[in-house]
Design a protein around this ligand. Structure first.
Ligand code: HEM
Length: 136
């Protein structure tokens, strides 16, 4: 990752990081099997849970961690290890991770001027998910 790619991604993410609910919604929408892994949301209507306090609390934790990773680029090894340690035991699949990525990118395309940041995001997400796939 170049310094230019990192600053592009950080500026791009800055615009949406306050909308953790919208981001988690996009991820669950992209792959309902991700939602099913969350015991308190499994089997529930996404449109209904979206407006609840527990959904917001989970969204803040997940997007908060993602935000930490973006802010620490390119030094994300410790974050990747922490993610693998918590998510490998949950049997998260590569398909689910790819769908998380697709849901996130879909969200960014709908809510930001994505074209100028697309290649920087591509390189960043390749780095992050590539590091995860190497370990789980
Ligand atoms: C927690 C599933 C991807 C960050 C959790 C929990 C589940 C889960 C079941 C526990 C929720 C609870 O406390 O009830 C998944 C699945 C994923 C995924 C199926 C498939 C793509 C991600 C990604 C990130 C992330 C990509 C961030 C970059 C977190 C964080 C927590 C969490 C920070 C809270 C701390 C913890 O309990 O580990 N996840 N997750 N997750 N997830 Fe994920």
């Amino acid at each position: 990752l170049t310094a230019d790619q990192i600053s592009t991604v950080q500026a791009s993410f800055d615009k949406v990081k306050g909308d953790s609910v919208g981001i988690l919604y996009a991820v669950f929408k992209a792959d309902p099997s991700i939602q099913t892994k969350f015991t308190q949301f499994a089997g529930k209507d996404l449109e209904t849970i979206k407006g609840t306090t527990p959904f917001e609390a989970h969204a803040n934790r997940i997007v908060g961690f993602f935000s930490k990773i973006i802010s620490e680029l390119p030094n994300i090894d410790a974050d990747v290890d922490a993610f693998v340690a918590t998510h490998k035991p949950r049997s998260v699949t590569h398909d689910q991770l790819n769908n998380f990525r697709a849901g996130f990118v879909g969200y960014m395309k709908a809510h930001t001027d994505y074209a100028g940041a697309e290649s920087a995001w591509g390189a960043t997400l390749d780095t992050f998910f590539g590091a995860i796939f190497a370990k789980m």
